[in-house]
Structure formats: structure tokens, C-alpha cells
Design a protein around this ligand. Structure first.
Ligand SMILES: [Zn+2]
Length: 453
């Protein structure tokens, strides 16, 4: 019998579990803290399993209807003996309107447990926890790089760190030096874990010895607040902070007690804007998207046609550098519903030489131009998008001639293929299931999504 782990993982999210038959469970996502509207992120462990035990999990209370599950997305899995996250095969995943659950959209997946001693973990997307992030920053700090600085810009409601990184050559931080600043933020929406991988890709590239990174550090000051909502990340929320606020709708008037991390970042940006020695040139807020493929951007609409045109340059250049970035999915808008976002607020505040974007990346996959096959994102692919974002500043500022013509060999990536999980087909005859006689068959078949399509 599969049992839920007594010890939830960090950023774990699982509410109620109903066993509906010997081999089938209904799982309820726990809504965001203080905000029942958002139910997307899940992350839970299963232990005390039996070898060859086949189970169907139904996640029955998603708050969204449109989903990349329709396009082949599948939950992630890892286990004690196979600690690298893998996506389940999409053929074992179904997404459909279920009459048993008030016609809510249900995602069902079949799984065959194969090692009794393993603890299995399932998640919506690759987790990236607050603890992992803190360890990562600690490891960077220990390297004592003279162009990397970490400070605590503030604290969350639950006293977690709001980290601010500054990456630039020390000469740019001399008293009175003029600064061209690129400001980057991430994880304002805590369930959007790809944001952290992209952000880490940017950081890793900028602190590297790559000649492009060296030129970028000489010319620009990168200010990065990679985790704007540390409480939400820790708690396993999808969209909100501890107190149930979507922080990316509160840029107009953040409160120091209700939205302290947002308040801290906004204060710093306004202070930089008012400093005549500082030119805040870019603001990029990194998110993940639950219904779109690829990486893409949202920008603003300006009355000034020339400014509007210039705003398209960065995403066009990024599109040339990153095969997973789509310029055609990039759009510019001034929807009322987005008025409290960082991109919109800062687009209105900062002067005409500044550009503010939301960088979105799919929770699932990208399609390379000229092909139709969706390539699922890996952690490494998200980080690569981050490296390409960083690299694009070289093109934007036309710094290419500055790059020394030294060929630095890129490290080869170790490609290892972990042993696959055995997964039974969810669709099909009752013989796929243990004891799959007629009585069980009927309970499976009325959930069979083939009836719903
Ligand atoms: Zn978001």
C-alpha cells in the first residue's frame, strides 16, 4: 500500500488524499496560504511502497483549466536511488474533465513503484527550494570573488532573507563612479521554479571567466534579487506570499509590513532612479508560464513610437542567441489586469532610456524554429536560457569588439541516463492492473479520458 510520507519535502504541497480503490488515489492540492484561489503547484513524497505496485494518482482540484498537460507535459519524479528528476512518459498522463469532480479538470497519471526501499517524490516541475538557493549563494560567497557581492536587502514576513547580489568589476563601485545598471528579479511567483534555474544561469555566466562575462562586468552593474518571495517558495505556494498576496500586483503601493520584500526592492530601485550617477537601463522580472511554450517576453506600450521600437531590440537579439526563445510569442501590452506588475509599474516610472520586461519561460517545453516537435525543458536548458539572456547584453551594447579573441573551451556536460521507471499505461485493458477484473475495470474506465476527448 502506498502511503504518503510523514515528512513533507520543503516546498511540499499536498492537501487531502482519498483512496478511491485499491490502486487509485484522488489527490487534492493545498491552496496557497491565505488564498484559496490558486491551486497548481504540487510536490509530495510516497514511501512504504510495494515492488511492482501500480497506482493511479488523480490530481483533482487544479484552479486552472488551460494547461500544458494538453500538450504533453507530465509530472516530474525522482526517488532515493535515482535522485535526478525525470519527466514521466506523457503516454501515462491524462488531462480531462471529470464528471466525478464537478467537471473540474483532472490530471491522472499511472505509476509503477519498483523499489520498496525508495522514497518517491512527485512534483509539478523541477523544484528549486529556498534552502537550495541559500546553499548556492553560500557557495558563491565562499569563493571570495572581487566582482560578486551579496547583501541582505530585507526580510520576509517569516524572517527569511531577501538577498541582493551585485555583480560588476570593483572599479564600477568606486565612490562617484557612473553606473549602468541591469536589474533582475525572480520568483515573485513562488511556484514558478524555472525562474530560479534561468536566474542561476544568468548568475553563473556573469561570475564566470568567460571573456564575454568579463566584458559585461566591466561595462555594466548587475543587480539581482533572485527570490522576491522566499516565504511563498518555502511554503510550496504557487502564486502568493504567506499572507495570500500576489506580490506582482502590488508594485504601485507595497506595504512594509504586508509586502516587505517587494517594498525593499522597490525602495532600492526608486533610490537608484533618483541617483544622477546611476542609469537604470534594464529591469527584467523572470517568471514561468503554465500554458505557453518557449521563452518569450512581455513589454510595455509607449506613446513614443521610437521608444516602443527600441524596446523590441533586446528580445529580437535574444531570439538570435537562444533557440528556445520566441520573438513571435513576445508581446507588448497595457492590460489593466497587469497594472501592478513590476514591468508595468517600472515602465511608467523610469525614463525613456530604460526598458522593463517580464521574461517568461514555459513550465514544459520549447519548439525550435522550423520544427514542430516540443523539446521538454531540462534544468540545464533553463540555465542555458539564462546564460543567453546575459550574453545578449553584449550584443545590445555592441561590446563584441571588446571581447578578447581567446578561445576558452566550454566545459563538456556529463550526459548520464538514469535507469527508467516502469510505467503502466493508464489507458488499456484491465490486464494492465493487478487484480484487474471487471469490477475494477469499470471504476477505471469511467475516468478514462478517452471518453472525454
Ligand atoms: Zn509569474
Amino acid at each position: 500500500m502506498a502511503e504518503r510520507s510523514q515528512t513533507a519535502p520543503e516546498a511540499g504541497n499536498l492537501g487531502r488524499v482519498d483512496q478511491v480503490s485499491e490502486f487509485e488515489y484522488d489527490l487534492f492540492i493545498r491552496p496557497d496560504t491565505c488564498n484559496p484561489r490558486f491551486r497548481v503547484w504540487f510536490n509530495f513524497t510516497v514511501e512504504n511502497v510495494k515492488e511492482s505496485q501500480r497506482v493511479i494518482f488523480n490530481i483533482v482540484n487544479f484552479s486552472k483549466t488551460k494547461s500544458l498537460y494538453r500538450d504533453g507535459m507530465a509530472p516530474m519524479v525522482k526517488s532515493t536511488s535515482r535522485p535526478k528528476w525525470q519527466r514521466l512518459p506523457p503516454k501515462n498522463v491524462y488531462y480531462y474533465r471529470c464528471p466525478d469532480h464537478r467537471k473540474n479538470y483532472v490530471m491522472s497519471f499511472a505509476f509503477c513503484f519498483d523499489r520498496e526501499e525508495d522514497i518517491y517524490q512527485f512534483a509539478y516541475c523541477y523544484p528549486y527550494t529556498y534552502t537550495r538557493f541559500q546553499h548556492y549563494l553560500d557557495s558563491l560567497q565562499k569563493r571570495n570573488m572581487d566582482y560578486f557581492f551579496r547583501e541582505q536587502l530585507g526580510q520576509s514576513v517569516q524572517q527569511r532573507q531577501l538577498d541582493l547580489l551585485t555583480i560588476t568589476s570593483p572599479e564600477n563601485l568606486r565612490e562617484g563612479a557612473e553606473q549602468k545598471v541591469v536589474f533582475i528579479t525572480g520568483r515573485v511567483h513562488p511556484g514558478e521554479t524555472p525562474s530560479s534555474f534561468v536566474c542561476q544561469g544568468i548568475i553563473d555566466f556573469l561570475i564566470s571567466q568567460h571573456p564575454v562575462a568579463r566584458v559585461l562586468r566591466e561595462h555594466l552593474v548587475f543587480k539581482i534579487a533572485p527570490m522576491l518571495n522566499p516565504d511563498g517558495v518555502y511554503l510550496g505556494n504557487y502564486r502568493c506570499s504567506l499572507m495570500g498576496f500576489d506580490l506582482n500586483r502590488h508594485w504601485l503601493d507595497p506595504s512594509p509590513w504586508a509586502h516587505p520584500t517587494l517594498h525593499g526592492v522597490k525602495q532600492l530601485i526608486v533610490q537608484m532612479y533618483n541617483d544622477p550617477k546611476t542609469s537604470l537601463e534594464f529591469y527584467i522580472d523572470i517568471h514561468a508560464h503554465s500554458t505557453m511554450m518557449n521563452g518569450f517576453m512581455y513589454g510595455n506600450i509607449f506613446e513614443d513610437e521610437e521608444r516602443f521600437q527600441r524596446q523590441a531590440i533586446f528580445p529580437k537579439l535574444l531570439c538570435q542567441n537562444a533557440e528556445d526563445f520566441s520573438y513571435s510569442s513576445t508581446s507588448f501590452n497595457r492590460d489593466a489586469v497587469k497594472a501592478g506588475t513590476g514591468r508595468r509599474f517600472l515602465g511608467g516610472l523610469l525614463d525613456h532610456t530604460s526598458y522593463c520586461y517580464t521574461l517568461e519561460v514555459s513550465f514544459y517545453s520549447y519548439i525550435i524554429g522550423g520544427t514542430t516537435a516540443a523539446v521538454p525543458y531540462t534544468e540545464e536548458a533553463y540555465m542555458k536560457l539564462g546564460r543567453n539572456v546575459a550574453r545578449t547584453f553584449l550584443d545590445y551594447y555592441r561590446l563584441n569588439p571588446m571581447v578578447e579573441k581567446v578561445a576558452i573551451p566550454m566545459p563538456r556536460l556529463r550526459k548520464e541516463k538514469p535507469p527508467p521507471y516502469k510505467c503502466p499505461l493508464l489507458r488499456g485493458s484491465a490486464s494492465n492492473y493487478p487484480n484487474g477484473k471487471g469490477d475494477k475495470k469499470s471504476s477505471v474506465n469511467h475516468r478514462d479520458p478517452s471518453n472525454s476527448f
